[in-house]
Each structure stands twice: as C-alpha cells, then as structure tokens.
Design a protein around this ligand. Sequence first.
Ligand SMILES: Cc1cc2nc3c(=O)[nH]c(=O)nc-3n(C[C@H](O)[C@H](O)[C@H](O)COP(=O)(O)OP(=O)(O)OC[C@H]3O[C@@H](n4cnc5c(N)ncnc54)[C@H](O)[C@@H]3O)c2cc1C
Length: 299
Amino acid sequence: MEKLWDAVVVGAGPAGASCAVWLRHLGFKPLLIEASDRIGGLAARNPFDDIWTVTSPHQTGVQVAQHMAEQVQASGIEVWFESCLQALDGQKPVFELSVARAGAAPVIVRAKRVVLATGVKPRGLAGFEDQSLPGVIVGPGDAIMALAFAGKRVAILGGGDNAFENYEFAKSRGASDVKIFARTVRAQKQFVSRVLAADLHIGSTQVDPVARTVNGQTYDYLLVFYGWQANLDFAATPALAIDERGFVATDAACAQTSLPGVFAIGELAQRMHPCVPTAMADGVVAAKAIERDLSAQSV
Ligand SMILES: Cc1cc2nc3c(=O)[nH]c(=O)nc-3n(C[C@H](O)[C@H](O)[C@H](O)COP(=O)(O)OP(=O)(O)OC[C@H]3O[C@@H](n4cnc5c(N)ncnc54)[C@H](O)[C@@H]3O)c2cc1C
C-alpha cells in the first residue's frame, strides 16, 4: 500500500511553501510537489528588487525565493521537483493524486488533505496561447531581462502596471522606439505619468504576432501583458467549483474549496491582492484549517 501523507501541497510558490512549512511545524507530514525545478513560483522569476515584502529588505524576488527554499529544506519537508499534478480523485478521508514526474511513469500519491497552490500563468494572444513565437514574450519576468533591447523597436500590448513598468525598462535598456498599445489603461497613475503621450495608443489594435506587426507597423519584439489566468490544467477534478473570474472558489475563512478536504490558496484562489505576503498568509490559513480538521477527526 502506498504511503498516506497528512497533506499534499501542490505548487511550491510562496503560498504552497508557506503552507508546507506551517503544516510541518504544526506536527504534520506534508509532501510538496512542484512542476518546475525550484521553489518560489513567480517570485523566483522576479529579478527586480522586492520592495513590498517587509521581511526582505534589499532582496530581489529571486533572493526572496531562495530564502523560501532554505526554510523548506530546514523544516525537513519532502519536495518532489519536476512533478506535476495531472488529476485529483477521491474524497475525504483519502484523496488520490495522479502526478507526472520527469523521466518516470506517473505515480498515484495518497493524502488525507490536499492543498492546491498552483498560482497563475500569463494570458497569451488569442489563438496563439500554446505557441512560442520568435520575438513574442508573454508575461513579465526573467525572459524580458534576457532580451537585447539596444536599438530595437518594441511594442507593448496591455494597459496594466506590467505594461508600463516594462515600457520604462525597455527604454532604460536602449530600445530605439517603444510604444504601448492598450485597450484601456488600468495602471497606477505614477507609471502612466512617466510615458510620453506619443508612445501611448489607447483603443483597438490589430496584432499579427507571426509578422510581429501592430497596426501595420513592424516591431522587433512584442511584449504581451494581457493579465493572468489560473493554473488549472488538472481541473477536470469533479466538483471543484470555479468562481466567475476563473479562480478556484473557496471559503474565505479557511481556504477550503467546494470539495471538502481540498484547499486552494494564493493566486489560484485570489481572495486577496496577489503578492508574496498575501500568498504566504493564505498558506497559513490553510495549514491551520487542516490542523483543526485533522485534529477533529480520526484521519
Ligand atoms: C515579474 C513579477 C514581479 C513580482 N514582484 C513582486 C514583488 O516585488 N513583491 C511581491 O510581493 N509580489 C511580487 N509579484 C507577485 C508574486 O510573485 C505572486 O503574487 C506570488 O508568487 C504568488 O504566489 P503563489 O504561490 O500563489 O503562486 P506562484 O508563485 O505562481 O506559484 C505556483 C507554483 O505552482 C507550480 N505549479 C503550477 N501548476 C502545477 C501543477 N499542476 N503541479 C505542480 N506544481 C504546479 C508552479 O510551477 C509554481 O512554482 C511579482 C510577480 C511577477 C510576475
């Protein structure tokens, strides 16, 4: 018979790592599974200073993620990297998770409780979601840091903070021409005020990502910031209710989903402003709910 874990936490971003650490120190044996090869989720892909996390002055997101990895290791938590939840089955008291592991056959993992912390992924261009096109970068983070901007023409698609922050970044790296194309502007005022009026186009836009043209003009790079969507590739899971925004519906008091014994935290559930501190706090909420739940029952 396969081992029965107290809890399996799926996703080792700030939410999942925090939940696993709390569960461990509350006296449980969690298994943490992570699709990538590192702990930290989106924070591990943020090369910029994290000025928002009060415990981590003068640290980039990458460094904040390294601290999470150290704490997970110091807590003695078993972590399976390159391991991806594919499907979730069962109900209280035992759940079965089908997990694909790099270079190995999928395995079934058994757990008393499940915590989903798989976060979000950037929205791509409609019709090209699964394609990787040369010169087209979807979402913010380290892929943009790696681009050579000097002398390049850059079109930025989107009207949120990421679009405006990366306008400044591309210019600071020597791009010859940077334009923002936004249907509407949602970014904070201080970002918007720093963009030249001639560089901001508000309204409908014709984009050809293969030819890399926007409204008939050719660009070297298209940077796409069309927001985020929940990482729900395993959502064939029966009875897992999704809210009207596309995130996993949860009880705000305990992070439990519509499936009793299954919890969803961090950006996947998005009950709070998405950032590292709220994701970590959400991990605590689920860990304490699981402690109450497991203490109240025999399993
Ligand atoms: C460029 C950038 C800069 C940012 N800067 C800051 C900042 O300075 N300060 C701040 O507080 N916040 C910042 N944020 C936001 C912050 O990083 C996120 O809010 C936070 O990481 C969300 O945590 P999470 O654990 O919910 O999800 P994520 O960080 O997205 O982690 C989810 C994890 O789940 C894994 N996963 C997904 N699907 C599966 C699956 N099926 N099986 C197993 N694992 C899976 C993913 O690989 C990932 O590691 C930034 C975000 C970006 C993109």
